[in-house]
Design a protein around this ligand. Structure first.
Ligand SMILES: O=C(O)CCC(=O)C(=O)O
Ligand SMILES: [Fe+2]
Length: 441
């Protein structure tokens, strides 16, 4: 099979009940465009086994959102299984306008192709809210460079922090995004804002479904969110370039857990690369399936659900030539959406009462292999905004030095340890794994 070109398209169909996925490879059309389904250039199948009922998993389950309207109990049962046993799932037919997703995907290469001066004009260092553009290689995970370039863009938010007022400093963590000049990429901002609005709505619906799956009232987790105008959720638009040098490191993003409640990941190109770690520590592929989101659980949600919803370690391998597979010629693109919780909430403040029968289901999944997971004790003690702010300070010391000099001094009294240059929402955890102690000011 020839190499993928930008005009290629993979369409997956899922056969039930085996969950076998068949990919049809089409060329000469936009990946997101309309197509003549009768003319695939080639077809490949993959063994995507049905979700295991045992103690481990060898594939990521696919949940069909449209099942909700025809058989909600079945959807809820599948969701419960995926949350407890896997911690990762594909959500097919999500309630987000497919045209909007297609438009966003079309914008992504154009966004990265903007002149470097324009990208640098909106660099993250200019933002006290840690929003903006980060160059390739600015990020380390577990002491190794992540090969990705990204824009951190959040849902609209007016910062509540005011200089000189007696309000928590961590309120300053949230504020407006930096956008590229409209005339250079017309319509991008409106498209991405509408996309974020729809994914945000999905994220709230999903959390109520999750509550139901665990035998709680649909609004049981509302406590952890603030009113809409006080909330902000975050996205990244990420480009992973092709690694061409055979000896080069292929770490797109190193192994990590997401920190918050839920992540909705749009895999915005046909490249493989995302992998999750199963209970015994093996890496399982999570290839892109069009018209799906990959949904995964963050450490904060694992904490408040007493481990019922698993946070699963995952990583991204950069696109590179692999024997027997089409050679990638274009970057991998993805758009993770990280659902936040209230800045002021302390996780241990509200203990959820799960039915004992639900809690028992954890036992069915067996032992989780030890990983270098981290201690989340500070969630008990301090507001989540403070935990997040410290994570960000450690991740982006250049931003901290400019906008949070007091915290910068507290965490970097002797300059910057290299391992602290991690730049991601899980950075606090990475920093601790790298041997940095988490101190609160
Ligand atoms: O790009 C991806 O597919 C995943 C990225 C990711 O895990 C993250 O940014 O937290
Ligand atoms: Fe992640």
């Amino acid at each position: 099979m020839r190499a993928w070109a930008p005009a290629d398209l993979l369409i997956a169909s899922i056969t039930r009940p085996s969950n076998r996925v068949i990919w049809h490879h089409y060329s000469r059309i936009s990946w997101t465009g309309r197509l003549d389904r009768s003319q695939p250039e080639s077809t490949m199948t993959a063994t995507v086994e049905p979700p295991s009922s045992g103690a481990n998993f060898s594939s990521v389950p696919i949940l069909d959102y449209s099942l909700l309207s025809s058989s909600k109990p079945e959807f809820i049962a599948q969701l419960r299984h995926a949350l407890i046993h896997v911690g990762f799932l594909y959500l097919s037919n999500p309630p987000v306008d497919p045209k909007l997703i297609a438009d966003l995907i079309d914008y992504i290469p154009k966004l990265f192709a903007l002149p470097q001066e324009e990208k640098d004009r909106i660099r993250m260092v200019h933002s006290p809210h840690f929003l903006g553009y980060s160059r390739l290689g600015a990020e380390l995970t577990k002491g190794r460079v992540d090969h990705r370039e990204q824009f951190d863009i959040a849902t609209p938010h007016e910062t509540r922090w005011r200089e000189g007022e007696d309000v928590p400093e961590y309120w300053r963590l949230w504020g407006p995004s930096q956008w590229p000049e409209e005339s250079l990429i017309p319509g991008f901002r409106a498209t991405h804002e509408r996309y974020l609005e729809q994914v945000q709505a999905l994220s709230y619906t999903f959390i109520s479904l999750l509550a139901e799956a665990f035998g709680l009232a649909p609004d049981a987790l509302d406590y952890f969110y603030d009113t809409d105008e006080k909330m902000q959720h975050r996205s990244k638009i990420v480009q992973y370039p092709v690694v061409t040098d055979a000896d080069a490191d292929d770490q797109g993003v190193g192994p990590h857990y997401d920190a918050g409640f839920l992540t909705f990941l749009l895999q915005a190109s046909p490249h493989k690369g995302l992998q999750v770690q199963n209970l015994s520590g093996q890496w399982i592929d999570v290839p892109p399936i069009p018209n799906t989101f990959v949904v995964n659980i963050g450490k904060a949600l694992e904490f408040v659900t007493q481990g019922l919803a698993r946070a699963t370690s995952h990583r991204v391998l950069s696109p590179r030539a692999t024997p027997g597979e089409p050679e990638p010629t274009t970057p991998r693109y993805s758009v993770p959406f990280f659902q936040n919780i209230s800045l002021d909430v302390r996780l241990a403040e509200r203990k959820l009462e799960f039915p004992p029968a639900i809690l028992q289901l954890k036992e069915g999944r067996g032992e989780v292999a030890p990983t270098d997971s981290v201690n989340f004790a500070e969630f008990d003690q301090v507001p989540s905004g403070q935990v997040n702010l410290i994570g960000r300070v450690k991740s982006h010391p250049d931003v901290a030095e400019r906008h949070y000099p007091r915290l910068f001094k507290a965490y970097f009294p002797e300059g910057l340890p290299r391992a602290a240059m991690v730049e991601s929402p899980w950075a606090g955890f990475q920093a601790r794994r790298s041997g940095l102690r988490s101190r609160l000011p």
